[in-house]
Design a binder for this molecule. Structure first.
Ligand SMILES: Nc1nc2c(c(=O)[nH]1)N[C@H]1C(S)=C(S)[C@@H](COP(=O)(O)O)O[C@H]1N2
Ligand SMILES: [Mo]
Length: 551
C-alpha cells in the first residue's frame, strides 16, 4: 500500500475499476447475482418489446425454437420418450439454467475486468438477435427485442457493478484500516460507508430483480391474452358436414376402466410439434396457398373454406416417435374439406409426386401426391376436431389429416401452403434430420389394462387395449401369457379401417408373476412383427408386454 507522507489515514485505495485484480473477497457471488438480475431485466424488457413486434420474436421463444430445430433424431426421440408432452417445459427450464449461468459469468467478468461482462452480454445478444431474425416467419424487426433487452441488461449490469465495487472498496478500506494505528473515528466512518454502499447495491439489485419479474410476468400475461386467438376461436360456428361421418356403433366402445376411449377427447389428445408457443393464427387473415407444379395455383380464405361442402371422418393420428406401448396416438372426428378436391382445382402437372405442406411457423411435411389424390382415402384439410373448431394446440384454424401416415409426414398444423413438388426436389422438416421422407404408420397394438407392475387377484382379469394399422384395418388381436399359446382377443367394432380398434381378453389369472403380451394381425393378413426397432428413422416395432403379479 502506498503511504502519502503526512496524512495519517490510508490513502484512498486504487479504484478496483482500474485495478481489476484487487482482491474483493465476497464480491464474486454478489457480482454473479448482479449478472443474473441484469439479464433478467433485459429479458423482461425484451418481452415488452416483443409484444409490439411479434409474440414469437421473444428472444427466449426464438432461441428455443432454434434449439428445437437443431435437435438430432436421437435427441428428439429421447426428449419425447422421457418427457413426453412436457419436453418443451424441460427445454425452456434447461435454457433458463444455462442463461442464468452465463449471466452469472457476465456479472463476474464485469467485476473482474470491465467491460468484460458487457461484452459477453452483447456477444450473446448478437447471436440471439441473429437467431431470431433467421426464424422462418421473422422480419428484421425480430432483432429489436433482443437489442433493446441487451442494452437494458448492460446498463443494469454496469450500474449494479459500480455499486458493488463501491461497497467492496469500502470493505477493503476497513480491512486496511485495521492494519493502521487504532484511530477510532476513521474506521467507524469507513464502516458506515460500507453499510451505506452495501445498501445501495442491495437496493438497486433488489428493485431491478422485482421489476424484472413484474415486467416479465406482465408482458407474458399480455402476450397470452392480447395476441391469443382463443376468443376468435370460441366465436366460430362451424357448418354442418355435407358428408357426415358414419355413426360410431355402440360396439366400438367397450367401456373398460383403464382402456383408451374409442374417441379421444380434445383435452386428452397428445400434442407433438416443434412450436414452443402454439402459433396464434387469425382466421380472418389466414389463407391457404396451393402452389408449385400446378397449372392453376390459387389461394383460399377461411370463409371460402367453410362455405365448401365439408366432410366428417374419424381418423386415428399416430406420432412416429411413439414407443411400443406408449400413448402418442389418438382418435378424433375431423371435419374438413377433401385435399384431393383442392389439388384437382390446382391441376397438378405430370412428374409431381409429393405435396410439401408448410405451417405458418415454417415447419414442413412431405406427403405422397397419390395418397392425397386417392378417392378412396379421406385426406382432409381439417377445421374441426370432435365437434369444435380445431384447438389452437392442434392447428387452429386449419391442419391436414391423412389416414395411414405418421403425423410428421402428413398432419401439418397451422397449415398455410400446399406446394406440389417431388421427393427428389424437396425434403421436409424431419427428413432433413434423419427421418425417412415417407412415413406409413406401422401395424401396432397396445395393452392398456392391466398396467405395468400392478398386483391382481387370481380369477378373471380383464386384459384390454387398442390396435391400429390405419387405412388397412385390424383383423385379429392375440394375447399371450408367459409362454402359453396365443389366444384370440375379442375385437370391438370400428367405423372404418382408418381408426384404431379396441380389444378385450378375459384372462383366468393364476397366482404368481406373469408377462402379458399382445400382437395384432391386419386386414391384409400381416402379423405384427416381434422384431424390435426404435422410433427413428421410420417408427418403432415390437410386441407390447406388461408384467403383473397375481396373488
Ligand atoms: N406445424 C406443425 N405441424 C405438425 C407438427 C409440427 O411440429 N409443426 N408435428 C407433426 C407431428 S410429428 C405429429 S405426430 C402431429 C401431432 O398432431 P397433434 O399435436 O394434433 O396430436 O402433428 C404434426 N403436425
Ligand atoms: Mo410425430
Amino acid at each position: 500500500m502506498r503511504e502519502s507522507g503526512t496524512v495519517t489515514h490510508p490513502a484512498p485505495p486504487p479504484s478496483t475499476l482500474e485495478n481489476p485484480r484487487a482482491a474483493r473477497p465476497g464480491g464474486t457471488w454478489w457480482a454473479a447475482l448482479a449478472g443474473v438480475v441484469a439479464a433478467a431485466t433485459g429479458f423482461a424488457v425484451a418481452e415488452v418489446v416483443a409484444l409490439v413486434v411479434s409474440p414469437a420474436a421473444s428472444p427466449i421463444l426464438a432461441a428455443g425454437a432454434a434449439v428445437v430445430d437443431q435437435v438430432p433424431p436421437w435427441l428428439k426421440d429421447f426428449a419425447v420418450a422421457t418427457f413426453g408432452t412436457y419436453d418443451k417445459a424441460v427445454l425452456l427450464a434447461t435454457m433458463a439454467v444455462v442463461l442464468a449461468l452465463g449471466a452469472a459469468l457476465a456479472g463476474w467478468l464485469e467485476l473482474r475486468r470491465r467491460p468484460g461482462g458487457t461484452l459477453l452480454l452483447v456477444a450473446v445478444g448478437t447471436v440471439g438477435a441473429a437467431v431470431a431474425v433467421s426464424r422462418p416467419e421473422a422480419t428484421l424487426w425480430w432483432a429489436l427485442p433482443t437489442a433493446v433487452g441487451v442494452a437494458v441488461a448492460a446498463l443494469v449490469l454496469r450500474a449494479a457493478t459500480s455499486r458493488l465495487v463501491d461497497w467492496q472498496d469500502d470493505v477493503a478500506a476497513v480491512a486496511r484500516s485495521r492494519d493502521e494505528p487504532p484511530t477510532e473515528s476513521p474506521r467507524t466512518a469507513a464502516e458506515r460507508r460500507v453499510e451505506i454502499d452495501r445498501r445501495r447495491f442491495l437496493t438497486y439489485t433488489g428493485v431491478a430483480a422485482v421489476g424484472a419479474v413484474l415486467v416479465g410476468v406482465g408482458a407474458r400475461a399480455l402476450a397470452a391474452g392480447a395476441r391469443g386467438v382463443s376468443a376468435v376461436r370460441a366465436a366460430i360456428r362451424l357448418p354442418a358436414a355435407a358428408t357426415p361421418a358414419a355413426a360410431v356403433p355402440a360396439g366400438a366402445e367397450l367401456g373398460i376402466a383403464g382402456l383408451a376411449p374409442y374417441v379421444t377427447p380434445n383435452d386428452d389428445f397428445y400434442r407433438i410439434d416443434t412450436a414452443l408457443r402454439a402459433p396464434q393464427v387469425d382466421p380472418d387473415t389466414w389463407v391457404l396457398k396451393v402452389t408449385g407444379m400446378v397449372d392453376e395455383p390459387f389461394e383460399i380464405t377461411f370463409a371460402e373454406l367453410l362455405a365448401l361442402p365439408l366432410t366428417e371422418h374419424h381418423v386415428t393420428l399416430t406420432c412416429v416417435s411413439n414407443y411400443v406401448g406408449d400413448d402418442l396416438v389418438g382418435n378424433a372426428l375431423w371435419l374438413g374439406y377433401p385435399v384431393r378436391e383442392l389439388l384437382a382445382r390446382a391441376a397438378p402437372q405430370a412428374g409431381a409426386d409429393m405435396v410439401l405442406s408448410t405451417s405458418v411457423d415454417g415447419w414442413t411435411a412431405s406427403t405422397p401426391l397419390d395418397v392425397l389424390q386417392d378417392t378412396g382415402r379421406e385426406c382432409l384439410l381439417a377445421v374441426g376436431m370432435n365437434g369444435e373448431p380445431l384447438p389452437v394446440d392442434h392447428g387452429f384454424p386449419a391442419r391436414l389429416v391423412v389416414p395411414g401416415l405418421y403425423g410428421y409426414v402428413s398432419a401439418t398444423k397451422w397449415v398455410t401452403e400446399l406446394k406440389v413438388t417431388t421427393f427428389a426436389q424437396d425434403l421436409a422438416y424431419w427428413s432433413t434430420r434423419g427421418w425417412t421422407p415417407r412415413g406409413p404408420i406401422k401395424l401396432a397394438s397396445r395393452i392398456d389394462t392391466p398396467s405395468v407392475g400392478v398386483t391382481l387377484d387370481a380369477g378373471t382379469v380383464t386384459v384390454a387395449g387398442v390396435a391400429w394399422h390405419q387405412h388397412t384395418g385390424i383383423a385379429k388381436v392375440e394375447v399371450q401369457v408367459d409362454d402359453e399359446e396365443w389366444v384370440e382377443a375379442e375385437l370391438a367394432e370400428v367405423v372404418s379401417a382408418d381408426t384404431w380398434r379396441q380389444w378385450v381378453h378375459r384372462w383366468d389369472a393364476t397366482s404368481g408373476s406373469h408377462t402379458l403380451r399382445v400382437r395384432a394381425t391386419d386386414a391384409d393378413g400381416q402379423v405384427q412383427t416381434s422384431d424390435t426397432a426404435p422410433p427413428a428413422p421410420d417408427g418403432a416395432t415390437g410386441w407390447h408386454e406388461v408384467d403383473v403379479r397375481v396373488r
